[in-house]
Design a protein around this ligand. Structure first.
Ligand code: NAD
Length: 257
């Protein structure tokens, strides 16, 4: 029980990586606030956790809206007395080079992927500071470290999450708040399953698998395990790190022999 008695908010908890993180954290004794824009999805995850004997509540939030983030954190402290862990995981991707990306699509993506992390931290850190510490885990991406084609806005947003993680870790280390990020490779979450079930799905899957060092895509739970480690006391000397969990994809500098 690595998180016994801890109160944890996980954004994007209704699906994929966030869903697995909610289950793992609750399984380790945390009370989990399953926070998602899709309330029904969050409620399904909270019910699943309750069915397994864990503690979870669903909360609807759009992480791009400061008032909603602030209200969620105020409510969490009112209901549970504290906030020990925040996982800023909600996010999405769009395709396109910069030339192909509209200003509206760019701004919308940044408002979730980057502002969502900024706003979550802005409102959680003072609470954690007051209570003597806490742990924050942000979801970046392996593309924070390498360029990939046709996803300019997404790559930029995840680079910003990695950089912001390092900056905030430096600013708040004395308040005993550890701030880290995970950088997943290609993970078969519902988001990717939908893309891979399209007309060009088989070819796309082959291309994605070929670029891996391991011959497969990752599973959401394999990212959630890294989040759990970073959020737990096992990672007590770890802050400002961006942990790559990508099956060796970005470590490779060549094509497969
Ligand atoms: P997913 O689509 O399965 O889950 C994302 C969840 O976030 C959904 O439940 C969605 O409703 C929620 N969400 C989206 N926008 C939101 C908002 N504005 N406010 C609140 N909730 C919102 O996706 P996933 O693959 O599990 O992705 C989770 C995170 O991991 C994202 O930040 C994504 O960019 C990142 N990531 C995913 C992969 C991958 O290959 N799947 C790789 C690297 C990074």
């Amino acid at each position: 029980m690595k998180l016994e008695g801890r109160i944890a908010i996980i954004t994007g908890g209704g699906s994929g990586i966030g869903h697995e993180a909610c289950k793992l954290f609750a399984g380790e004794g945390a009370t989990v606030i399953v926070a998602d824009r899709d309330l029904e999805a969050a409620q399904r995850v909270a019910a699943e956790i309750a069915g397994q004997g864990g503690k979870a509540v669903a909360h609807r939030v759009d992480v791009s809206k400061e008032a909603e983030i602030e209200a969620m954190i105020v409510r969490t402290v009112a209901d549970h007395g504290r906030l020990d862990i925040l996982v800023n995981n909600a996010g999405y991707g769009i395709a396109g080079t910069v030339v192909e990306t509209s200003e509206a699509d760019w701004n919308a993506l940044m408002s979730v992927n980057v502002n969502g992390v900024f706003l979550g931290c802005k409102h959680a850190i003072p609470v954690m500071e007051k209570q003597g510490g806490g742990a924050i885990v942000n979801t970046a991406s392996a593309v924070a470290n390498v360029g990939i084609h046709g996803r300019a806005a997404y790559v930029a947003s995840k680079g910003a999450v990695a950089a912001l993680t390092r900056a905030m870790a430096t600013d708040h280390v004395e308040a005993n708040i550890r701030i880290n990020a995970v950088a997943p490779g290609t993970i078969e979450s519902p988001y990717f399953t939908k893309i891979l079930s399209g007309p060009d799905g088989a070819e796309l899957r082959r291309g994605l698998e070929e670029r891996q060092a391991m011959d497969r895509l990752g599973r959401p739970v394999e990212i959630a395990q890294a989040m759990l480690w970073l959020a737990s006391d096992d990672a007590s000397f770890c802050t400002g790190s961006v942990m790559v969990v990508d099956g060796g994809w970005t470590a490779r500098g060549d094509r497969k022999p």
